[in-house]
Ligand binder design. Structure first.
Ligand SMILES: [Ca+2]
Ligand SMILES: [Ca+2]
Ligand SMILES: [Ca+2]
Ligand SMILES: [Ca+2]
Length: 472
């Protein structure tokens, strides 16, 4: 953490101010810089630094004379377009995932981008993907099979990185120097918005699938090693385990990580009263199941009691029948299962990857940020466009609501202007979308946000540097 005198003075000043949060001027998020993007239906955000400047990458679709084509764009901190690549075929829309990949050595930093056909009009077309050089957007490698799933760089004990590349029904380990697949694993995989994670403690990779078992109602959690051999599997959980991140986190501060997976009752498939957060040991033992009612959630120890909390907003689509009775932000202790707070909100939409925690105002207490809204495309709800960002303090008090004209999503923190403090980035959809940048005094301990959840283990919630041992 930064301890420069100017910073400490700022922290002190802010502590005095935030102790009596009362007027608009005291709110943690103010006067955003708004950058106009070129694409619509934005997905994941990745940010990294190349040759001393931050670069922001996003993707979606672009309206052209030929129709709507998928496009990937790279912008500098002023919002100026550095480069853009776009698909050639109309009827493709967009993907979701971007990953900033910097394996080091002879390989230049690249971004992985995948995109898929429009369900109406793109029948018969394959999902495609590619690795593009971040410097100039040049295509380095094309993947003939792709999906709308999270892939991520695998940190190797030997240094460097391979790519963990996931399709709809496979996981591959891909050599980024030779640009070839080392192995493919394809048992118990059914991904759509799937989020595998690297688990350094078991030298492996773990994931949950989406209703992959023959009954069509239940799912598996699986771990394999870095050679593609199965380590363990858990079958028969009657929820969609494929559409949310698998978090690796030490929920009880005993020095050993657990696996945390928020299941979904996807579009009410099993008519469950509520979906659940499943907590597993690293050997695949199911330790605890806690009612969730949330879609995606962030994880952090908000009240500094050495227990992690999960927080997010209720999902009417996937949170089960009890969730339909509620419009609220929620926070649950993952060790005791106790609800820490419930905060009513005027409306709920479809939050996707939209919760994180950081010390926004520098008073050394974490704030929670949860974004929500009406999607523009997949998951669109009846009614107008809207987007909201809620800021909740670590005592469960809603301290600020920021309204946006459209779906607010994929929030991330990064030191955009390299002043040692993180900016909060909020993508707000539209025709085309915008990027909102809020200055904060959260110390930038991690300068890059290279993956949708900030790290290969999707630890984007409490945004700080983690020890990430890795072995091959
Ligand atoms: Ca633990
Ligand atoms: Ca706690
Ligand atoms: Ca704070
Ligand atoms: Ca900054």
């Amino acid at each position: 953490m930064t301890t420069q005198p100017a910073f400490l003075f700022f922290v002190l000043t802010l502590s005095l101010i935030t102790s009596r949060l009362s007027t608009a001027g005291d709110l943690p998020l103010n006067n955003p810089t708004i950058i106009q993007l070129g694409v619509q239906n934005v997905g994941t955000t990745v940010i990294g630094h190349l040759e001393g400047r931050a670069l922001f990458l996003t993707q979606g679709f672009l309206k052209t004379k030929a129709g709507e084509v998928p496009a990937l764009e790279c912008r500098d901190p002023k919002g100026t377009l550095v480069w853009r690549v776009q698909g050639e075929k109309p009827d493709y829309l967009m993907g979701e995932y971007l990953q900033w990949i910097d394996p080091g050595g002879k390989v230049e930093p690249m971004v992985l981008w995948t995109f898929f056909p429009n369900p109406k009009g793109g029948e018969g077309l394959e999902n495609e993907g590619g690795l593009y050089r971040i410097r100039d957007g040049k295509l380095v490698h094309r993947f003939p099979k792709a999906s709308n799933n999270a892939s991520f760089p695998l940190d190797l004990a030997s240094g460097g990185q391979d790519l963990l590349y996931s399709g709809q029904q496979f996981i591959q380990r891909f050599d980024l120097e030779k640009m070839q697949t080392r192995w493919e694993y394809n048992d118990r995989i059914n991904f759509c918005w799937g989020y595998p994670a690297q688990v350094p403690e078991i030298s492996g990779i773990a994931w949950g699938s989406e209703y992959n078992l023959p009954d069509g109602e239940s799912s598996s959690l699986v771990a394999i090693d870095l050679k593609g051999n199965e380590l363990w599997k858990v079958d028969g959980i009657r929820e969609d385990l494929g559409s949310t991140p698998l978090f690796l986190a030490d929920i009880d501060s005993d020095g050993t990580s657990e696996l945390v997976k928020n299941g979904l009752d996807l579009v009410g498939r099993n008519r469950l009263p509520h979906n659940n957060i499943h907590i597993l040991s690293l050997s695949g033992e199911l330790i605890r199941t806690i009612p969730s009612m949330m879609y995606s959630n962030g994880l952090a120890d908000l009240d500094a009691d050495d227990h992690l909390e999960a927080f997010g907003v209720v999902s009417h689509r996937d949170g089960g029948t009890e969730a339909l009775k509620r419009k609220e932000l929620r926070c649950v202790d993952l060790v005791t299962g106790k609800i820490e707070w419930e905060i009513p909100v005027p409306r709920v939409g479809l939050p996707a990857a939209n919760a994180l925690a950081a010390d926004l105002d520098g008073d050394e207490d974490l704030e929670v940020m949860i974004a929500d809204g009406n999607p523009v495309f997949y998951g669109r709800l009846d009614g107008p466009d809207w987007g909201s960002l809620y800021v909740v303090n670590n005592r469960g008090v809603l301290v600020q609501t920021v309204e946006f004209p459209s779906w607010a999503r994929r929030i991330a923190m990064c030191d955009w202007d390299l002043d040692g403090m993180n900016e909060l980035l909020v993508q707000v959809d539209g025709d085309p979308a915008s990027l909102y940048l809020f200055e904060t005094v959260a110390p930038a301990t991690v300068t890059d946000w290279t993956l949708p959840f900030g790290s290969p283990t999707h630890w984007g919630a409490e945004h700080h540097e983690q020890e990430m041992p890795s072995e091959e």
